[in-house]
Write a protein that binds this ligand. Structure first.
Ligand SMILES: Cc1ncc(COP(=O)(O)O)c(C=O)c1O
Length: 365
């Protein structure tokens, strides 16, 4: 049996960085600063520079970022929020958590919010649209912002999968009123635990977000509003400061590997691969292919020791906890047909070639 190719190998990546990461941990122990502090300030400054946004605020995770974004925009009971039918559950979950109504929107053939459909879903109760840059591919933000702002609707960007994606030179998460990032370990920039980031051009919203993540206080025991604890962990900020130095090189590597995948798979009958993965508005987070024989292909690759993943097996409205409705044929089709192949910066070219050989063999090519 050939050496297995797991879907993701976080251990390979961290072997290289082990000494730097351990040094950060040791420094943290020596300093004794375990909440807030220089590492958090440094990370926020670096994020603000990299993303070119005046306010970058570390927080506990991407789900909290989304929920707090809704809260500072004053969204709650009686309000409606438009959310794409295909996404990770967090995007819809948070709308329910603040007591507002989720209005699901059909997706386009890439799995992104279908902007043509959004206008039909707007009602007098619509307060916000959450656009999700699924797989790392950005929604057409210029078009979405125009539509939303003409109607006085707020836009929250779920950029959890899109750190490193830019549209016309402007980063994901910096187009809407508030941007929400996740540094979950499997993301292109991943912490060694949970972490997230909020971005906004608007200083008033930034002020409210900073209060919200810290029990409504800037100074201890001076609570300006009711918030909670959603601060970023200091150690995670320190680890992210190490990993941020490598991020650009990792992105280049992801793109090179994605190009190799495209060269081998693009013209194969039976599957679709989005060539847009090579453009700057895609951060090559996931190499998601679509095929009507998804489950059979997955089983075949599994037998060859090749790991794959499904993002996501059900469109959110069809999940029983969300009502179990099957009203979104495109979202449903993608959920049935999508398969993510291994793609990470520590994957070897020969491994990509082997995955491609096996995929081609499955399709009889
Ligand atoms: C599209 C999307 N939204 C939200 C999240 C939530 O981020 P987190 O896991 O950091 O809470 C994730 C990540 O898992 C995601 O992929």
């Amino acid at each position: 049996m050939k050496k297995p190719i797991p879907f993701l190998e976080l251990t390979r990546m961290h072997e290289d960085l082990a000494e730097e990461l351990k040094a950060k941990f040791d420094q943290g122990l020596k300093k004794g600063v375990f909440s807030g502090g220089e590492e958090v300030a440094q990370l926020e400054n670096r994020m603000s520079n990299y993303l070119n946004v005046p306010n970058a605020i570390g927080c506990a995770n991407g789900t909290d970022a989304l929920e707090l974004a809704l809260r500072v925009l004053g969204i709650g009971a009686g309000d409606e929020v438009i959310v794409p039918a295909l996404t990770w559950v967090s995007t819809a979950e948070v709308v329910k958590m603040v007591g507002a109504k989720v209005v699901f929107c059909e997706v386009d053939h890439y799995g992104l919010l279908d902007i043509n459909q959004v206008a039909h879903l707007i009602s007098p109760h619509t307060k916000a649209i959450i656009s999700v840059h699924l797989y790392g591919k950005m929604v057409d933000m210029e078009r979405l912002m125009k539509l939303a702002k003409n109607q006085g609707i707020e836009v929250i960007e779920d950029a959890a999968q899109a750190f490193g994606a830019f549209q016309n030179g402007k980063s994901a998460g910096c187009w809407g009123d508030i941007g929400c990032f996740s540094f979950y370990p499997t993301k292109n920039l991943g912490a060694l635990g949970e972490a997230g980031l909020l971005t906004t051009q608007n200083d008033r919203l930034a002020y409210l977000l900073r209060l919200m993540i810290n029990h409504g206080q800037f100074q201890r025991d001076n609570h300006e509003l009711i918030g909670r604890n959603s601060r970023i962990d200091t150690l995670q900020a320190a680890f992210l400061n190490v990993k941020l130095d490598y991020f650009e090189a990792w992105q280049n590597r992801r793109k090179a590997l994605a190009k190799l995948y495209l060269e081998h798979l693009q013209h194969l009958k039976g599957i679709q691969v989005d060539s847009g993965i090579l453009t700057e508005d895609h951060n090559a987070h996931l190499l998601a292919i679509q095929t009507g024989e998804r489950d059979e292909l997955r089983t075949f690759l599994d037998k060859e020791g090749i790991g794959t993943a499904i993002h996501y097996p059900l469109e959110v409205p069809a999940i029983p906890a969300f009502g179990g409705e099957r009203e979104f044929p495109m979202a449903h089709k993608i959920a049935q047909n999508t398969l993510s192949l291994p793609l990470h910066p520590y994957l070897k070219e020969e491994e990509v070639r082997r995955v491609c050989v096996e995929v081609s063999r499955f399709f009889g090519a």
